[in-house]
Design a protein around this ligand. Structure first.
Ligand code: ACO
Length: 394
């Protein structure tokens, strides 16, 4: 790690203040706020939402139940779950104005850019966009969670020259997305696998995109702005954008006929990163990666090809031995989405689809006890310069 990347303590340059300011590169390990939503223990690879271990949730709950858990603080009873499903169903249809925007998006646009644009545009067609009451914010959470799958499916179909498919109202969130994407109903295994992926990606504490969302929310800006900011942060390859890079890497290794070990050695020699490995918080296996690994094996057996699973396992062992780095959530999710037949550049939008539950729950929490989030920079530039007339400047 370069010296500049080390956590270090520096004196506050504003000499008038006696309290030293702590400078932490990348805000690593800085505690910015209290949250009741997710607990992450990076040393032992533990993640829980509202006190429930992620393995338990992945095995026993649906995405809709997790939405309730994140928003309400506990798992829903049947009546509450039915209510949320009904609220989501009622919000499924996209406003007419969004369709005219979606139909004008260039066919070769990055789907994350298209999604970011469409979610931002949702506010233009919502009379409650600037209503900051808890009730209006809840209704907007429901609208965003319900509409993002329709937007992603429409983006994909329109760019392929196909007509969008109207949402169903008789199935789960996971089922509906796969149906709108492919125009046919998914099998039970595909639905369950996808639903579990949604559960696993729904929330992860104060990660970069959630932090971005909360920073925007803390200015008392609106829900659409804050979620749009979350999508923008998630797009980066060091965050949610890594899942697509993982699949491109697996395909590149496969096409080149090289051994994963040789591919990794060449990349590391050039000081390049291997996507899907490493994490700011986890210093061992990300528990979501462990669950996805097992799911990838099951799915591979079901479709009769363990090729990607085996290649991924080999890479995992090499990275552990060479760099002591472990897979993160983006590593095994990539080959699962590939096995489900989903276009590679939709993997990050799908991450966003799921994370709308976490972002909106965090915004609710932020607004319940809001304070502007505003750190400061240690100014290390020049001081005391004087302006020169433009003709005398070099
Ligand atoms: N491949 C190779 N080397 C790596 C990797 C990797 N995937 N990850 C970290 N390193 C190395 C860095 O080069 C650095 O080495 P150096 O000290 O010799 O310079 C050291 O490990 C520490 O890296 P940092 O970037 O300082 O660690 P940080 O905690 O800031 O980064 C991050 C975490 C961004 C996730 C990093 O591990 C990474 O770039 N991984 C690949 C991208 C990825 O998979 N992102 C998804 C993360 S999960 C999520 O956001 C949903």
């Amino acid at each position: 790690m370069p010296a500049s990347a080390q956590n270090n303590v520096s004196k506050d340059p504003e000499k008038s203040k006696n309290t030293p300011a702590v400078k932490v590169q990348g805000l690593a390990d800085v505690v910015a706020l209290d949250s009741h939503i997710a607990f992450v223990n990076g040393k032992i690879g533990q993640l829980s939402y509202r006190g429930y271990d992620i393995r338990d949730l992945a095995q026993n709950t649906s995405y809709e139940e997790v939405f309730c858990l994140l928003h309400d603080g506990d798992l829903p009873n049947q009546a509450r779950l039915d209510q949320v499903k009904e609220q989501l169903r009622a919000a499924l249809v996209l406003p007419e104005g969004i369709w005219s925007i979606l139909r004008r998006i260039p066919k070769d646009a990055n789907p994350m850019a298209s999604l970011r644009t469409a979610v931002s545009a949702l506010s233009l067609f919502d009379d409650e966009a600037d209503d900051g009451s808890p009730e209006a914010n809840y209704r907007k959470s429901i609208r965003i969670v319900a509409r993002v799958p329709s937007i992603i499916a429409a983006i994909d179909r329109l760019r392929k020259g196909k007509e969008p498919v109207a949402p169903r109202t008789d199935c789960s969130h996971a089922h509906n997305f796969l149906y709108m994407l492919n125009g046919e109903r998914p099998g039970e295994m595909a639905e369950r696998t996808f639903d579990t992926c949604l559960v696993l990606h729904a929330e992860h504490g104060l990660n970069a995109s959630t932090f971005a969302s909360r920073v925007i929310g803390a200015t008392l800006s609106d829900m659409y702005s804050a979620v749009t900011g979350g999508i923008a942060a998630l797009k980066g390859p060091l965050h949610g954008g890594a899942n697509q890079e993982v699949m491109r890497m697996l395909l590149e290794i496969d096409r080149s006929g090289r051994r994963p070990a040789d591919y990794i050695a060449a990349k590391l020699a050039k000081k390049e990163r291997i996507m899907g490995f490493g994490h700011r918080v986890y210093k061992t296996m990300d528990p979501r990666a462990g669950i996805l690994k097992d799911m990838g094996k099951g799915l591979g057996e079901e479709i009769g090809s363990l090729k990607w699973y085996e290649m991924s396992l080999e890479m995992m062992e090499i990275m552990k031995a060479e760099k002591s780095l472990y897979p993160n959530v983006d590593f095994f999710s990539a080959s699962i989405y590939y096995a489900l037949g989903i276009a590679i550049d939709l993997y990050t939008p799908i991450f966003a689809l799921s994370r709308t539950a976490g972002w909106s729950a965090h915004l609710k929490e932020q607004w319940e006890d809001n304070r502007l989030i505003r750190p400061k920079a240690a100014y290390v530039g020049p001081q005391g310069k004087r302006t020169l007339p433009i003709g005398q400047r070099t």
